[in-house]
Design a protein around this ligand. Structure first.
Ligand code: PLP
Length: 395
């Protein structure tokens, strides 16, 4: 037997791992409603026609070769302009185009972390961060998002968690899996902590275009003039309904003491050659044409309201209202001695509805949380929540 490397042991991505159980249910001839993954295309949404046409045109016009490793100048300039619209002033040298925000996270953490370092990571988390730190022999240093405070972090707890090996803090705002949005005051406090302790801020703002109310200020804007490097991660995946195109980027703010890390990221970017060129060609078109967003946000807001109302109407279940994106955390009060994963699997087998257990995001398996992706149309959602209600009542 060939043995896999030790580092893969902690490499888990529950959102996809749980699909095996759903496939087993399908193999019995039953249908499954997948509410596990944040892919709008799976639920019938498609990118605006202007983007589809821009991608086809890029291919037709011959943009099929390799791109520069950090991305084409035109794509990076489009991002500089988009950042400016959000009050962040960059130059194209501050931008790296990546295959989704995921690759950007991987590149910057790979450039930054030594084995044994730790990264302040929200809990519940988006599992990509735990997977990357595990791969690098580093450690996630979880700070808690408090459901009783609308899933906000506590700056004092974060301060207490800092160790001599803490190198960075990941801030996911708007948040997946909770749907929380942090305000400027909280963000500034987090920046101040990072500055005082010499941490790099990894600002995951993948959902910044999908808030139901006014968007929070970008961390890079708030950090202007401070001595704290901010690496912002963004992508078109969700806001432009193109997760399969794998087009994302990162930007650097406050680079005065960050030049060597930037050079290391560039080496990593060069070794993986580039992210896909045709989709880079689409980036300027995508960022100048965002008129689909208001109706998309209205749709998500409606589905969030249906979700929160339906869940809170089930005795023994609660759900804290999300403020952005298309995720909500439900909680079952009485697990009857089970783990959250056993609850989710039992629900799947009894009703054909697939959620993801909270422990897949780092939560305590006995706390009873589960994440719902509420992307399907309202009729499907109502049906799903009716099945959840009868399952909970009959347990
Ligand atoms: C918080 C967060 N960050 C990053 C990503 C990665 O997105 P992508 O690599 O498609 O840009 C996701 C995807 O679900 C996410 O939810």
């Amino acid at each position: 037997m060939f043995r896999p490397a030790e580092r893969t042991k902690n490499y888990n991505y529950a959102i996809r791992n749980i699909v095996a159980a759903a496939k087993a249910v399908e193999a019995e001839g039953r249908s499954v409603t997948y509410l596990n993954i944040g892919d709008p295309v799976l639920y019938g949404l498609q990118p605006p026609a202007i983007l589809q046409e821009a991608l086809a045109r890029a291919v037709r016009e011959g943009h099929n070769g390799y791109a520069p490793s950090v991305g084409t100048l035109a794509a990076r300039e489009a991002i500089v302009q988009e950042a400016e619209r959000r009050g962040v002033y960059l130059s194209p040298e501050d931008v790296v185009i990546s295959s989704g925000a995921s690759e950007a996270a991987d590149m910057v953490l790979s450039a930054l972390l030594e084995p044994g370092d730790d990264v302040l990571t929200p809990c519940p988390t988006y599992p990509l961060y735990t997977a990357i730190t595990a791969k690098l022999g580093a450690r996630e240093n979880y700070y808690r998002l408090d459901p009783e405070q609308g899933w906000l972090p506590d700056p004092d707890e974060i301060r207490d968690r800092i160790t001599p090996r803490t190198r960075a803090i990941v801030i996911i705002n708007p948040n997946n899996p909770c749907g929380a949005v942090y305000d400027a005051r909280l963000l500034l406090e987090l920046l101040t902590i990072a500055e005082a302790h010499g941490l790099v801020v990894i600002a995951d703002e993948v959902y910044c275009r999908l808030t139901y109310g006014p968007p929070p200020p970008p961390m890079a804007q708030l950090a202007a003039g401070m001595d704290v490097p901010v690496v912002t991660l963004e992508s078109l995946s969700k806001s432009h309904l193109v997760p399969g195109w794998r087009v994302g980027w990162m930007t650097y703010t406050n680079t005065q003491r960050f030049g060597e890390v930037i050079a290391a990221v560039r080496k990593i970017a060069e070794a993986r050659i580039c992210s896909p060129l045709p989709t880079q060609q689409v980036l300027p078109v995508a960022l100048e044409n965002q008129s689909h967003l208001p109706s998309l946000i209205e749709e998500m807001k409606l589905r969030a309201a249906i979700t929160v109302e339906a869940l809170n109407a089930i005795p023994g279940i609660r759900c804290i209202a999300p403020q952005a994106a298309f995720y909500a955390m439900g909680q079952v009060a009485d697990l009857k001695g089970q783990t959250d994963e056993a609850f989710v699997l039992a629900l799947l087998r009894a009703t054909g509805v697939l959620f993801v257990h909270g422990s897949g995001f780092g939560l305590n398996p006995h706390d009873g949380f589960f994440r719902i992706v509420f992307l399907p149309p309202p009729g499907t959602l109502r049906e799903v929540y009716a099945r959840l209600a009868s399952f909970v009542q009959q347990r």
